[in-house]
Unconditional design. Structure first.
Length: 334
């Protein structure tokens, strides 16, 4: 039996006499997330905490990358950070529901092509932005993207969680030499074949994870959704004929997949070409930015009756953060 781990904060508690804890919104792999309120401005904020005792400290990386990304679109505003004897914390702008929750809330657990293309385009810009400041995200997955919460941000996608980020360039801006073996980082369901093989991850690996996200948004599931074991998922992905996905995707994704398959560690992805493919597809299908997102539509009678049990269950089990599991099992620093 595992001991009940106490929350680092409780509702009503103050941080730095400035931010009041409103409610807990998540207990992620490496910490806790709370909604808070700035007592002076009444602005709603997100408070992300990690225990000072935790063996794997990731908040330092989170703060470093978040600061580097300030001023870019699709990035939360950095407000403050600090530490005390119990925890490290970062205060940032609060966002809304993440894309994993939004997909699951849809009938059959799928998004329409219209919503998928428009959010994927924004995610591509976000990935390009983090790469442009010299970092890889290394945990691209639906729960690491959220829609804004304000009237002027609720149609914008925000990238979250830089705890597993890694600098891929040296001080001269050159791509670092790849290590011969690197530990697995990321989340099994969305990890690239490269990541499964413990190869040094590059910019293309973040894009592979986006590709898997797109397939899941459109079809509601990935072929390895029910497999828990990391090695087994890796083997299946390696053997899997990825062109089979193209049956479910618009023709533009042939070129998208071809480009991903052509990339190696050192290559700079052609972000503009990938963005152009998504835009071309939107244009061809008559999709407009003004269209409603799936979650903005008023639900019809049908909407909840068709959700398959297996899809819902699969969603839960796929979101395993391997690093967390390994940390719990062996208490090792990866
Ligand atoms: N700024 C924010 N505003 C609103 N919600 C947030 C914010 N940051 C994170 N969250 C929510 O908390 C969840 C976990 O956050 P995050 O991924 O940063 O933490 P984590 O500990 O690394 O979790 P995981 O291991 O699941 O990736 C997110 O999926 C998101 O729903």
């Amino acid at each position: 039996m595992s001991a009940q781990i106490e929350d680092l904060l409780s509702v009503g508690q103050l941080i730095k006499d400035k931010w009041k804890v409103i409610k807990k919104i998540g207990g992620g792999g490496f910490g806790e997330i709370y909604e808070g309120e700035d007592l002076t401005t009444k602005e709603r904020v997100a408070l992300k905490l990690e225990s000072a005792k935790q063996s794997k400290q990731v908040l330092k990386m989170e703060v470093a990358v978040l600061k580097k990304l300030q001023g870019k679109e699709h990035v939360c505003a950095f407000i403050c950070c600090g530490r005390n004897e119990r925890f490290n914390y970062v205060v940032m702008s609060l966002q809304g529901k993440n894309l994993a929750e939004l997909r699951r809330s849809q009938p059959k657990g799928c998004l329409t092509l219209s919503s998928t293309l428009r959010i994927s385009l924004q995610i591509l810009y976000a990935i390009e932005a983090i790469h442009s400041v010299g970092f890889l995200h290394r945990d691209i997955k639906p729960s690491n993207f959220a829609m804004g919460i304000l009237s002027n941000t609720c149609r914008k996608v925000y990238m979250l969680d830089y705890g597993l980020a890694r600098q891929y360039v040296n001080q001269y801006g050159e791509v670092r030499q790849p290590r011969t073996a690197a530990g697995f980082r990321g989340t099994v369901r969305y990890a690239s074949v490269n990541a499964h093989k413990n190869k040094e991850m590059g910019r293309h690996d973040d894009l592979w994870s986006l590709f898997y996200m797109i397939v899941e948004f459109i079809t509601g599931a990935l072929p390895w959704r029910k497999i828990k074991e990391k090695e087994q998922v890796g083997n299946l992905k390696e053997k899997y004929d990825h062109t089979l996905f193209l049956k479910h995707l618009p023709v533009e994704f042939r070129a998208f997949l071809n480009h991903l398959q052509s990339l190696t560690y050192t290559d700079t992805p052609h972000y503009a070409a990938l963005q152009g493919l998504l835009m071309q597809c939107m244009h061809r299908k008559g999709i407009s930015d003004a269209d409603l997102f799936d979650w903005e539509k008023i639900p019809t009678e049908m909407s909840t009756s068709n959700i398959s049990f297996t899809t819902q269950a699969a969603v839960k089990e796929g979101d395993i953060n391997v690093e967390l599991v390994i940390n719990i099992l062996y208490d090792v620093n990866i």
